[in-house]
Design a binder for this molecule. Structure first.
Ligand code: SF4
Length: 65
């Protein structure tokens, strides 16, 4: 699985970071980016799905399943 935060949609709630700090980083405004190249390790896939489901802006795109 590979994910990407759509910067145009992200409104900086940092919910993704609260759920999966291993996968997301936030700047001083709460704006999120994925860590590294966005590839999700197998043991974090459930957390990634939880973060995606909890993003109120639907800002987390799945590039590869
Ligand atoms: S939960 Fe969604 S809108 Fe909020 S910081 Fe994360 S990606 Fe952005």
């Amino acid at each position: 699985m590979k994910i990407l935060v759509n910067a145009d949609k992200c409104q900086g709630h940092a919910r993704c970071y609260a759920i999966a700090p291993e996968l997301f980083d936030v700047d001083d405004y709460g704006q999120s980016t994925v860590r590294g190249d966005g590839v999700v390790p197998a043991d974090l896939i459930e957390k990634a799905k939880l973060a995606i489901a909890n993003c109120p802006e639907y800002a987390i795109d799945v590039l590869e399943d």
